[in-house]
Design a protein around this ligand. Structure first.
Ligand code: MN
Length: 215
């Protein structure tokens, strides 16, 4: 399957404000290559979930995490793999209208860059995030606004990588770990606009009225 084909197939870009992924975002400079990015979007679709996305191979590899991330290393969160998303999806926040795929409100719950920590299990030799993803074990150090430190996304062992095997997300035990904390409850807001999934619809409406008035 071609890159992002599944993403585009599921959506009608005349009806959803989500990006089609056709435009290439300029990132980094010649002297300073861009750091890999991550984004976590809180998505109030038919079932509330958090979409965890990591830049790997020029796209956003994506998992839907029903309960969202935790800073408590003892807590493993189910993470269902979903289709690759285009890089500019990292900036998307708003309302996917009723009748469209994934209809519901979306906020940017956290974002930033990450450092790849993937390695060979035996030799501990560093491997690329891309190679880690193919093996079903991605370890990364987040530099976000809410989340920092090491995290792991790992595919269930019996998994054959058919895209439907569940993965799990958990925090690595390090200085940024916060046992007993509940980050999704403590910080429900967007790191970009301050909106919640409940209030984002109102914000959008205000913006629409404003632009109409100018015409
Ligand atoms: Mn979603």
């Amino acid at each position: 399957m071609k890159k992002l084909e599944l993403y585009r197939k599921k959506r009608d870009f005349k009806k959803t404000p989500e990006p089609s992924g056709k435009k290439k975002a300029a990132r980094g400079t010649k002297k300073k290559p861009p750091e890999a990015i991550f984004v976590i979007q809180k998505h109030a679709a038919s079932h509330l979930h958090y979409d965890v996305r990591l830049e790997i191979d020029g796209v956003l590899k994506s998992w839907a995490v029903p309960k969202g991330p935790s800073l408590d290393p003892r807590i493993k969160r189910l993470a269902m793999p979903t289709e690759d998303h285009p890089m500019d999806y990292a900036d998307f926040e708003g309302v996917i209208p009723a009748g469209n795929y994934g209809a519901g409100n979306v906020i940017i719950w956290d974002h930033g860059t990450y450092v790849n920590l993937c390695h060979e299990p035996r030799t501990k030799k560093v491997i690329s995030a891309s190679a880690g993803f193919r093996r079903g074990h991605v370890m990364f150090w987040l530099k976000g606004k809410k989340l920092q430190g090491g995290f792991v996304l790992t595919r269930r062992q019996a998994g054959d990588g058919d895209g439907r095997t569940p993965w799990f997300l958990f925090k690595v035990k390090d200085d940024a770990a916060q046992p007993k904390s509940d980050i999704t409850a403590e910080r429900p807001e967007s790191v970009v606009s301050g909106a919640t999934v409940e209030s984002i619809a109102k914000k959008r409406r205000v913006r629409t009225w404003g632009s109409r008035r100018k015409k």
